[in-house]
Design a protein around this ligand. Structure first.
Ligand code: FMN
Length: 389
């Protein structure tokens, strides 16, 4: 069984992760994981914190001489900002009282969190609710990406909208252009408009949301299952993407757009193999985003996530004080203006996690060679049935 758990507060000592279920024999290094952590920290519109942090995941266990052992993989990401928060986030009781945060921020876990966990200070809630936790998920996603590479699965993402600025999407995006764009947009003109929109939002004390798209290629047919609601791959992808901070909408393939089409234009016609370079079960289109009946169908998995604008605004919204119930300005803590570019990298991680879990369900294996043997044996069986009844 594949699973993982993260721990850590935004301004605590660091983030910890335990990953279970990755087979033995997979090559893995801290440098490999660092690359995705670096990508998460980039992007126009982030706060100064990203420059302080320069995340790196230390592999604490589960890897020896560059290969996974099949035992739990523990990772630790030190919070470099911790030095500035030693008192406020001390594990031991402190002598001098630390100022409480009592101005509730709309759009955050603040209000529900203090009520539910019986707190008189928002700090214990906001520290864990913060999207800092996504650094740990990206580290897990990098381990999963490494695993999926063994199957020829590759996962990319790009920004398709920031605020009201949209990028045209036709065919496969230019992934190199995405990685060099400050907003991770494949279209340079749209990227420039997005940068200008972020500048305008920052100057106006405001923030912006947007939409990212993730594409996973090389995904084998048959991950997930139609037989139970909680095994359906589209449902699992939606949950995983929706769990990213500030994500308020998820689409698989054509998504909401399919609702406006007649049925004749909303499906993906199955073509004879010889019409598509000998590929098995090719399709004329990919409106389903690689998922039918809760299973991958061999086409690229395509999912989109829509992020609301960042809730914490320099020009703070009116709110209420936790102690008095009276009106105040919402608490302002150094905040990003736009996190859409980073969200693409986080969304890649979540898709990698879901596909890894589903691939291990299907192919199993305690050593990665065993997993790959099972995978190759399966591929031998998936062609046309040769006239069987
Ligand atoms: C990478 C990333 C960074 C974020 N940074 C901030 C931030 O600096 N300020 C803020 O108010 N919200 C930020 N958010 C969004 C909040 O974490 C999120 O809106 C909040 O936790 C409430 O969760 P919800 O919007 O999913 O309901 C960020 C989200 C992501 C994905």
């Amino acid at each position: 069984m594949f699973r993982f758990l993260t721990a850590g507060e935004s301004h605590g000592k660091g983030l910890s992760v335990i990953i279970e279920g990755i087979p033995a024999g997979l090559s893995l290094s801290e440098d490999y994981i660092a690359e995705d952590l670096r990508r998460r920290q980039g992007g126009y519109g982030r706060s100064r914190r990203q420059k302080i942090e320069q995340d790196r995941a230390e592999i604490v266990s589960g890897v020896r001489h560059g290969l996974t052992l099949g035992s739990p993989i523990a990772l630790y990401l030190r919070n470099r900002d911790w030095e500035n928060w030693r008192e406020a986030m001390a594990v031991e009781p402190v002598d001098a009282p630390v100022e409480k945060v009592t101005n509730l921020r709309p759009g955050h876990a603040d209000l529900s969190g203090v009520v539910k966990y019986a707190q008189d200070d928002v700090r214990p809630v906001l520290e864990r609710a913060s999207a800092r936790e996504t650094a740990a998920r990206v580290a897990v996603g990098a381990v999963c990406r490494r695993f999926l590479e063994e199957f020829g699965v590759h996962i990319h993402s790009h920004t398709v909208a920031i605020g009201g600025e949209e990028a045209p999407v036709e065919g496969e995006p230019d992934w190199e252009a995405v990685e060099t764009s400050p907003v991770r947009c494949a279209d340079p003109q749209a990227g420039e408009r997005m940068v200008a929109a972020i500048d305008a939002a920052r100057n106006g004390g405001d923030s912006l949301g947007g939409v990212v798209e993730v594409r996973a290629t090389g995904v084998p047919i048959g991950l997930g299952s139609h037989v139970h609601w909680d095994r359906k791959i589209d449902g699992r992808l939606a949950q995983a993407l929706m769990s990213i901070h500030a994500v308020k909408g998820v689409e698989i393939g054509g998504g909401f757009g399919l609702a406006r089409l007649p049925g004749s234009q909303a499906q993906d016609v199955i073509l004879p193999a010889d019409q598509w370079g000998g590929r098995l079960w090719p399709r004329a289109s990919n409106r389903a985003g690689g998922s039918e009946g809760g299973m991958t169908n061999g086409e690229p998995v395509v999912a989109r996530a829509a992020l609301k604008p960042i809730s914490t605004l320099p020009k703070a919204l009116p709110s209420v004080d936790l102690r008095t119930g009276e009106q105040v300005q919402a608490h302002y803590e150094r905040a990003d203006v736009c996190v859409v570019p980073a969200a693409g990298v986080i969304a890649e991680a979540m898709v990698a996690i879901v596909l890894t879990e589903a691939a291990l369900e299907k192919f199993g294996g305690d050593h990665v060679d065993e997993t790959l043997r099972n995978y190759r044996a399966y591929l031998e069986t998936i062609g046309p049935r040769g006239g069987q009844e």
